[in-house]
Design a binder for this molecule. Sequence first.
Ligand code: 13P
Length: 250
Amino acid sequence: MRQPLVAGNWKMNGSAASIDTLMAGIKQGLAEVKQAAVAVCPPYVYIAKVADLAKGTKLAVGAQDINDQESGAHTGEVSGPMLKDVGCRYVIVGHSERRAIYGESDDDTARKFAAARKFGLTPILCVGELLEEREQGITEDVVNRQLDAVIKLEGIKAIGEAVIAYEPVWAIGTGKTASPQQAQDVHAFIRAKLAKLDKAVADKVQILYGGSVKGSNAVELFGMPDIDGGLIGGASLTADEFLAICRAPN
Ligand code: 13P
């Protein structure tokens, strides 16, 4: 059985003070989270602080991005060894905001995925279609292309040691959640695609759903057979709401 994972992507939000409050709230409620593994992905500058606050709890810490190089003249960038050094276990790669706002390509994402693995981090690989792409009926083509770039560079086995997050771009931050069936259809497509290459990898890999997940819709979404938890944006910034989502698989 795949363990559910609920990961909070805080994006570019928070302050030292608000993070103290958020972390205190999350830690207080963690004992009630029976089934899911839980992670939070703070902005770079707060990772060390959050890792420190998370010590001795079941809360894992992740980053929201990574540079594909180990070190060197890359002003403003952060490397895998640095993330590892400050206590990260996970790193999000290929988030749609990185792709759309910062022009990251499928190949850039694949290189970041490879760097994460090389430096001992678990990549959370984001895939998902734009609204226009869904309306054109090419959702599966888009997801295929995004996955293939990584499989081509790193091989299918590497997918089994990563996490996939299906995040339809039209559902991110919009309040428009994909219906459980819409999400399940794409998750099942992804798993079937992987199964053609390696059945064990397909059975093992956690596929998270992301896009306007809330306490009120998480039970239904996570109840679908191929949805193994969620990547949570806005609702991960409030301890009570995030914990409600974390308890959904209970
Ligand atoms: P929201 O939960 O705010 O829609 O964001 C989802 C997301 O992008 C998580 O990475």
